[in-house]
Design a protein around this ligand. Structure first.
Ligand code: CA
Length: 490
C-alpha cells in the first residue's frame, strides 16, 4: 500500500504484514533504484530485509595479484568468485597510498584529510591523542545505532591507546591487533614494543596467543562471528594483514609454490593463497547461514603493492605503495551482492574506498540527511543503472602535508610527487602506466592540468594539516625526549 511521497522522491509503502499503526513501520522504496529497498528509519520488524555487509580488506596486495586482475602464478578462486557473482571495478582506488589513512577513510566515510589524518600512525598504547579522532563518528557506530551487530577481525591501525580500541569505536566484537602489522606465528609474543608486531592478539580487550598461523586465526574469528549471529543484520570488517610484511608462511603452503623461483614472491604467494582460503571460508559461512544472497561482500586492498618489500606485482601500473602514481592507489576492488546487483559485471568509472562505507550506511537505511557531509557515495544506484552520471566528478589524494598529491577527473590525472617536483599530467585512457607526461603537450592539453589544479585547490580548502607526524618521526622525537629526560647523551 502506498502511503505517500517524501521530499526526496521516495515512495512510502507499508510492508506486507505490518500493522497500519505503529512508529516507523514504513519502508521507503526508491523509484530510481528499480524497486531496490532503500529502507528508511526502521523498527526491528524490518531488520531481516536489510543486507549484511562484509568488508574484506587485504593489506599491501598488488594490483595484478588476484585472478580477476590477471594473476597467473597465485590461484585465488574464492576472491575471483566475488567478481563472478558481483561487480569488478577497473578504477577502484584506495583513499591513500599507505595503510592507516585509508583505514581512517573506510571507518568514517570521509577523506581522512578532513580531520588531519594523512600519516601512518605510531603504535603507542600510552598516547591518548594518537588515533582516529574521537570527534569522528565511525561507520560501525552508525550501523550499530541502526540495529546492526558489528564485528571486526584483524588490523586496526587507528590508535593503540584505550580510547581508540575498536570495542569503543563501534564494534561489538573485536579479535585482532591494534598496530600496523603483526607477526604471523605465535612464537615470541611479548609486551608492546616497536610497532606492536609481537604483542598478544586482542580478543575484546583480552590477550590471547595466536592459534596457529595468524591469517587462519583471523578467519576462524570471522567465521565464528558470522555463525554467532541469530537474526538481524550484521557488519563484519575483516581487515587481514596479509600479505603485509613480515614475509612468513607455513612450510606446507610454501611447498605448494615451489615453482616460483623468487623466494620473496614464493612466500607472498603462500600468504595470498591462505588469505584467499579465508575469503572462501567466510563465503561458506554465509552460505551455511543462508544469508549469502543478501550479504554485500566487498574486497579490496588498502593501498598498492610495495613491490620491493613483499614481492607484489602492480603491472601495468607505475609506482608502488607510498606513491600517488596509480601503482600506489589503484587496487583490486570488487563488490558482490547476488540478491540485488549484476553478476560478472564491470564498472569503469572511478570509485574510492570510502564509497563502500557510505554504501553500507545507505543500504542499512540510515537517512541521507545524516550522511550528507560524508565524502563517499552510495554505489548501489550507479551499479543498478550504469547510465547514471559517474559517482564522482573528481577524486583526490594528498600525503606528506600536501607536498605530494594527485587529482583525477575523467581520464585525466594531475599529480605532484614531492614539494620540489613539477606537476605531471597523464591521460589514463591511453596511458595507464603514466609513462607520457602531457604538461608539455599541445596547448589544448594545458586545459585539463589547469582545471585539475583548480579542483584540487578547491578540495584542499576543506582539509586540515596533519595533526600527528609519521611513525618514524614520532618515535625519533619521543626517544630523544626520553634520552634527554634521563640525562643520557644524544
Ligand atoms: Ca597497507
Amino acid at each position: 500500500m502506498i502511503l505517500g511521497t517524501d521530499p526526496r522522491g521516495f515512495v512510502l509503502v507499508r510492508p506486507p504484514g505490518l500493522a497500519e499503526t505503529g512508529r516507523m513501520q514504513v519502508q521507503l522504496l526508491n523509484k530510481s533504484l528499480g524497486g531496490l529497498v532503500a529502507v528508511g528509519l526502521l523498527g526491528t520488524a524490518l531488520a531481516a530485509d536489510r543486507p549484511n555487509f562484509v568488508l574484506i580488506l587485504a593489506d599491501d596486495l598488488g594490483y595484478a595479484d588476484v585472478g580477476f586482475q590477471g594473476c597467473r602464478d597465485i590461484p585465488t578462486p574464492h576472491i575471483d568468485s566475488l567478481a563472478a557473482t558481483g561487480v569488478r571495478f577497473t578504477s577502484g582506488y584506495a583513499a591513500h597510498p599507505f595503510c592507516s589513512p585509508t583505514r581512517a577513510s573506510l571507518m568514517t566515510g570521509r577523506y581522512q584529510h578532513r580531520f588531519g589524518y594523512e600519516n601512518n600512525i605510531a603504535f603507542d598504547p600510552q598516547n591518548p591523542l594518537m588515533g582516529l579522532p574521537l570527534s569522528e563518528k565511525t561507520i560501525p557506530e552508525r550501523l550499530k545505532a541502526a540495529g546492526y551487530t558489528t564485528g571486526m577481525v584483524g588490523k586496526w591501525h587507528l590508535g593503540a591507546a584505550h580510547p581508540f580500541h575498536p570495542n569503543r569505536r563501534g564494534f561489538d566484537f573485536f579479535h585482532g591487533f591494534l598496530g600496523g602489522g603483526h607477526d604471523y606465528f605465535s612464537v615470541n609474543l611479548r609486551q608492546a614494543m616497536g610497532e606492536g608486531y609481537q604483542v598478544p592478539i586482542d580478543h575484546n580487550g583480552k590477550p590471547r596467543d595466536i592459534d596457529g598461523y595468524l591469517t587462519e586465526d583471523l578467519t576462524r574469528a570471522a567465521v565464528g562471528f558470522i555463525r554467532s549471529r541469530s537474526g538481524g543484520p550484521f557488519f563484519l570488517y575483516a581487515a587481514y594483514n596479509a600479505p603485509h610484511t613480515p614475509m612468513q608462511a607455513p612450510k606446507e603452503r610454501l611447498d605448494r609454490f615451489a615453482a616460483i623461483q623468487n623466494p620473496r614472491r614464493r612466500t607472498y604467494a603462500a600468504m595470498v593463497s591462505i588469505l584467499d582460503d579465508g575469503v572462501g571460508e567466510i563465503l561458506s559461512a554465509l552460505e551455511a547461514g543462508g544469508v549469502r544472497d543478501n550479504t554485500i561482500v566487498c574486497f579490496l586492498s588498502d593501498n598498492g603493492g610495495p613491490t620491493q618489500s613483499n614481492g607484489s606485482n602492480n603491472d601495468p601500473l607505475r609506482g608502488a605503495k607510498g606513491s600517488v602514481f596509480e601503482g600506489g592507489i589503484r587496487v583490486p576492488f570488487v563488490v558482490s551482492w547476488p540478491a540485488r546487483l549484476p553478476q560478472g559485471a564491470v564498472y569503469s568509472h572511478p570509485v574510492i574506498s570510502h564509497d563502500l562505507s557510505v554504501t553500507a550506511l545507505a543500504v542499512a537505511g540510515i537517512p541521507e540527511s545524516e550522511t550528507r557531509t560524508l565524502d563517499g557515495v552510495n554505489l548501489v544506484p550507479h551499479l543498478l543503472d550504469p547510465g547514471l552520471k559517474p559517482p564522482h566528478e573528481a577524486l583526490f589524494w594528498r600525503m606528506n602535508g600536501g607536498s605530494a598529491w594527485a587529482a583525477r577527473a575523467g581520464d585525466w590525472k594531475l599529480l605532484q610527487t614531492g614539494a620540489n617536483a613539477a606537476p605531471n599530467l597523464y591521460n589514463l585512457a591511453d596511458d595507464l602506466s603514466e609513462a607520457r607526461d602531457r604538461t608539455e603537450g599541445p596547448a589544448l592539453e594545458a586545459d585539463p592540468a589547469a582545471r585539475l589544479r583548480m579542483r584540487f585547490d578547491q578540495w584542499n580548502q576543506g582539509n586540515r594539516p596533519p595533526f600527528f607526524p609519521g611513525y618514524r618521526e614520532y618515535h625519533e622525537v619521543k626517544n630523544k625526549f626520553y634520552r634527554e629526560l634521563i640525562g643520557g647523551a644524544d
